[in-house]
Design a protein around this ligand. Structure first.
Ligand SMILES: Cc1ncc(C[n+]2csc(CCOP(=O)(O)OP(=O)(O)O)c2C)c(N)n1
Length: 200
């Protein structure tokens, strides 16, 4: 992980997985969050229940699903999702504000569907941005205020860790990241991992 000293998505996933306390739950959104948590988070001890919606659905309904998981399991829940995943379920944000489950939504805002950056189409900027990346114009702080969800923004790991500390939800932590720098960090860490010698 030392191969990347920027505020990037793998380090964020690692911090979120580490922050869930014993007795808590973690919802991993589809696209990069579930992959980054799988690849870069440290193994956890303790009683943490992990939910993902793999196979049954796409990026839809993630916030409402996390609310249902928190209420059904009776556990404080941290949900790590991308910006498009969050925006896709603004109805779920309203739901969080009204039912007030103990959910912390952590939104990695890399300016659209960052996962598509690995596709060959990414080398054709105009088609890529309009048809794949699909960055959105939005004001998450105002949306949270309108839905009754506490909003915080963090731009480095220290502030993120402080914001992740257990506190009553619902709340949302907005993490703007530089998509290109984050992808470069992922590549650097993967390259460093490829050099690790594994002995039986
Ligand atoms: C309902 C639905 N619509 C579209 C897709 C296709 N899709 C897969 S990943 C993705 C981008 C998700 O973007 P974001 O949530 O910001 O996560 P990131 O890729 O940046 O990690 C899209 C649109 C999908 N999986 N489900």
């Amino acid at each position: 992980m030392a191969a990347a000293d920027t505020f990037w998505e793998g380090a964020i996933a690692r911090a979120v997985v580490a922050a869930v306390p014993d007795g808590g739950a973690l919802h991993l959104g589809n696209s990069l969050p579930v992959r980054d948590a799988d690849a870069f988070a440290a193994r956890r001890a303790g009683d943490v229940r992990v939910f993902v919606s793999r196979g049954v659905s796409g990026i839809d309904g993630a916030l409402a699903t996390a609310a249902g998981e928190a209420m059904g399991a009776g556990r404080p829940t941290w949900a790590l999702v991308g910006d498009l995943t969050c925006l896709h379920d603004l109805g779920g944000l309203l739901f969080l504000g009204q039912l007030r489950p103990d959910v912390t939504v952590v939104v990695v805002d890399n300016g659209g569907g960052g996962i598509f950056g690995v596709l060959p189409i990414a080398r054709h900027p105009s088609a890529f941005e309009r048809c794949f990346l699909t960055p959105q114009l939005f004001d998450l702080k105002a949306l949270c205020a309108g839905c009754g969800v506490d909003y915080r923004r963090a731009g480095d790991l220290d502030n993120l860790r402080a914001a992740l500390a257990p506190a009553p939800g619902p709340r949302l932590i907005h993490l703007p990241v530089d998509r290109t720098a984050s992808a470069a960090a992922r590549d650097a860490v993967n390259a460093a991992l490829a050099r690790v010698e594994v002995r039986p």
